[in-house]
Write a protein that binds this ligand. Sequence first.
Ligand SMILES: [Zn+2]
Length: 224
Amino acid sequence: MNRRLMLGVVVALGVSSLAGCGGGGATSGEQRVCSAETFVPNYVPLLERLLYWEQFPVTVYFERDANYSDYYRTLARQGFDQWVEATGGVARYREVDSPDGAQIRVVFKPDTRNGLTTYTYYPSSGRLISATVEIGVRGNNPIDIRSVAAHEFGHAIGIGGHSQNPDDMMYTSFVTNVPLQITPNDLNTLKTAYCNYFIGRTRVAPPPTDETPVTVTIRCGHDH
Ligand SMILES: [Zn+2]
């Protein structure tokens, strides 16, 4: 089913994309064990950036505004859970019932079917500080809402860009009524962002920084 053409080919590495690889694991002087070729195939070279949270679970808060519903929240969680399952529970989240201290904030948008993720991170390391996920719910299609949630969560946990393969979860757009699936390309790309977690190395806490964070928004569309 998954046609993965040319994706085994890892071309020239996007150097800036890799700054977040390992998330502080390859500290100065240590051997460098993680690269964009550790988990293949992937689309790391196509990304603007790979980002990472310092630790899991990340905390998630569903905004209780006029567009909130338990139904949407359930669908969104089912989408998020695709990543939890695919990573064997490494990339996981904990829902909190207050926006205070929530790392990822989720809002539902009735005027669009599309999704959008805005995140704030330290530019030198790619370490995430906060993210907001907007999930379009126009049309009330549960398949699409679940898919958009899963796609945006992929951004929110570190995939800063899109795949060029329509089969991948992180392709830039989606076809309505066709459930998005996490492919090996998607999973390997995320694993690259958290490389140390997946090769059994202990993660090293990043040093304090007075660096000014940057905020970036990724907009995602769909076909028709
Ligand atoms: Zn996207």
